[in-house]
Design a protein. Structure first.
Ligand SMILES: [Zn+2]
Length: 448
C-alpha cells in the first residue's frame, strides 16, 4: 500500500509493459471468511473496454467481506493498450488448440491454470457485444444474431458440481439484474450457445474450456450500442448480482450509477515513478510533460493506480496509456538519482509539515519549501532572478507560470529536489482544492 497524502491511500499496481512482456495481472480479494470464489476476467479482446474497465474497477474499488473474488482485468493487455481486438489474432479462439509458437501461448497456459485452480467455483468472462440479443428476430439490431445484453452459457447444466445448474443460475441472475433496469431495451436475456452439440466457434473459447474442466462459467455481454462507462456500469451490476447470488459479501467505494462509474474511470489515473520518488496525478493532464527526471540507462520503473495503465518506451519519450486511451507523453531529462532524502519540510498556508517525496499536497494559497542547503529546490514554472535554489521562498499560485502546470487547468505544479546534479524526488502541489483522488483501500496483489 502506498500513502499518497495524509489520510488517503491509493491502490498501486506494478505492471510490466516492455515490448516483449505483456503480462496480465491477477488480483485476489480475500476476505478470510469462508465462501465461494468468483473469478472475473476482463480484456480477452482489446476492443471491448466496457468489460476491462469494469474488471479494473472491481480490482481497485471493491473489497470483499465473505468469500473471494479473483480478478484478471487485463488478460490481453497488449491488445488493450494497442487498441486492437487481437494483435495476435482472437485470443478467445485459442483455448481448444494453440501451438507453442503462438506469441500468446504462455498467457493462455497461465490463464488456463488459474481457471482450473481448485478454489475457483464460478468464472465470468466479460465481453462487449454488438446490438441486443433476443431469442427471436426483431430487427437488425435485436435478435438471435446479436450478443449485447446477454448472459451466455455453453449448455444448460454441468452435472455433479455445486454451481452446475448453469441455465437456472443464469435465469436467476438475469431476473435479478433486470429488476434494476427500467429501459426494456437494455434488459438481459440468457443465450445458450449449445456448444457441445457442434458449435465449432464456441468450442475454442475460454468459457468452454472452463466447462470442460468442470467449472461453472458464463460469458457476460454488455451492448456496444452504449458508451464505455455505460457498459462498465451494466457489467458491474451483473457481477454484483452474481456475488449476491453466491453469498459473497462486498463493499464498493462509489455509488453504482452511470455517472459515478464514468467519474471513477476518468479520474483514476495516477502514476508513480522510481519507487514513488515521483507521483503524477494525470487527471486532465496536458498532452505532454517536459523534462521529467528519468534514470539514465535503465528501463522506466513505474506503478499505477489501476491495472490498465501502461508506460511505453518510445525512444525519445514515454507514452502513458490507460486502456484504449492515450493519456500523455513524458519527455525525459536523464539524471543519476540520489537516495539520501525521503522527505522535505513545507510551510503550507502557514503551517509547517514534513512531506514525503512522492506526495501530492493540497495548498490553498501559498507554500514554502524548507530543506537544508545541501539540496536545491526547483519549483517548475517559478523563477526569481539571482536565485539558484527556491527554498525559503514563499510562493503563491500566481507566482508560477501557468503553462508549466501538470494539468490543463493550471492548478497542479511540480516541486523537484536535487543534490548537486543528482535528482532526489518530487512533490506535487495541488491548488485545485479538489479532494485528492477517490480512495480505495485494497492491497495490490500482483502475484503470478
Ligand atoms: Zn468479446
Amino acid at each position: 500500500m502506498f500513502r499518497a497524502t495524509i489520510g488517503i491511500s491509493l491502490f498501486l499496481v506494478t505492471l510490466l509493459a516492455s515490448a516483449q512482456e505483456w503480462d496480465f495481472t491477477l488480483h485476489k480479494h480475500q476476505s478470510g471468511m469462508p465462501g465461494p470464489t468468483l473469478l472475473v476476467i476482463g480484456g480477452i479482446q482489446g476492443d471491448e473496454p466496457g468489460g476491462f474497465n469494469a474488471a479494473s474497477l472491481l480490482t481497485t474499488d471493491y473489497s470483499i467481506q465473505r468469500g473471494e473474488v479473483w480478478v484478471v482485468p487485463n488478460l490481453n493487455f497488449e491488445s488493450i493498450i494497442k487498441r486492437s481486438r487481437g494483435v495476435h489474432g482472437d485470443m478467445n479462439r485459442k483455448f481448444k488448440d494453440i501451438t507453442q509458437k503462438d506469441p500468446e501461448y504462455q498467457l493462455v497456459q497461465k490463464i488456463k491454470k488459474i481457471i482450473r485452480d481448485e478454489q475457483v467455483d464460478v468464472i465470468l468472462n466479460l465481453h462487449d457485444g454488438s446490438g441486443f440479443y433476443r431469442p427471436k428476430y426483431y430487427d437488425r439490431l435485436h435478435g438471435p444474431q446479436r450478443w449485447g445484453q446477454s448472459l451466455i452459457i455453453d449448455q444448460a447444466e454441468l452435472p455433479a458440481i455445486q454451481y452446475g445448474q448453469l441455465e437456472n443460475i443464469a435465469e436467476a441472475i438475469v431476473a435479478h439484474a433486470n429488476g434494476y433496469i427500467k429501459n426494456k431495451e437494455h434488459r438481459y436475456h440468457v443465450k445458450n450457445t449449445e456448444t457441445r452439440l457442434g458449435n465449432r466457434e464456441m468450442e475454442k473459447t475460454l468459457t468452454y474450456y472452463a466447462i470442460q474442466n468442470n467449472k461453472a462459467a458464463f460469458g457476460v455481454e454488455a451492448s456496444k450500442s452504449f458508451g464505455t462507462h455505460y457498459r462498465a456500469y451494466y457489467h458491474l451490476q451483473m457481477i454484483e448480482s452474481f456475488m449476491q447470488y453466491l453469498g459473497i459479501d462486498y463493499q464498493r467505494e462509489f455509488e453504482l450509477t452511470i455517472n459515478s462509474v464514468k467519474h471513477r474511470i476518468d479520474n483514476n489515473i495516477q502514476v508513480a515513478l522510481y519507487e514513488k520518488k515521483m507521483f503524477f496525478d494525470l487527471r486532465n493532464v496536458r498532452d505532454r510533460l517536459r523534462y521529467v527526471p528519468m534514470k539514465k540507462g535503465e528501463p522506466i520503473d513505474f506503478s499505477a493506480s489501476n491495472p490498465l495503465i501502461a508506460v511505453l518506451d518510445k525512444d525519445r519519450y514515454y507514452n502513458v496509456r490507460y486502456g484504449n486511451r492515450s493519456v500523455t507523453k513524458l519527455l525525459p531529462q536523464y539524471f543519476d538519482f540520489d537516495n539520501s532524502l525521503k522527505a522535505i519540510n513545507l510551510v503550507i498556508d502557514g503551517t509547517e509539515r514534513e512531506v514525503q517525496l512522492g506526495d501530492i499536497i493540497s495548498v490553498q494559497e501559498k507554500f514554502q519549501v524548507n530543506t537544508s542547503k545541501d539540496y536545491r529546490v526547483n519549483v517548475i514554472g517559478f523563477t526569481r532572478p539571482g536565485l539558484r535554489s527556491e527554498q525559503g521562498v514563499m510562493i503563491k499560485r500566481s507566482d508560477i507560470a501557468r503553462r508549466y502546470s501538470v494539468d490543463q487547468q493550471g492548478k497542479l505544479f511540480r516541486v523537484e529536489v536535487y543534490r548537486d546534479h543528482y535528482f532526489c524526488g518530487m512533490v506535487l502541489i495541488d491548488f485545485s482544492q479538489r479532494p485528492v483522488a477517490a480512495v480505495s483501500s485494497q492491497q495490490a496483489d500482483t502475484s503470478l
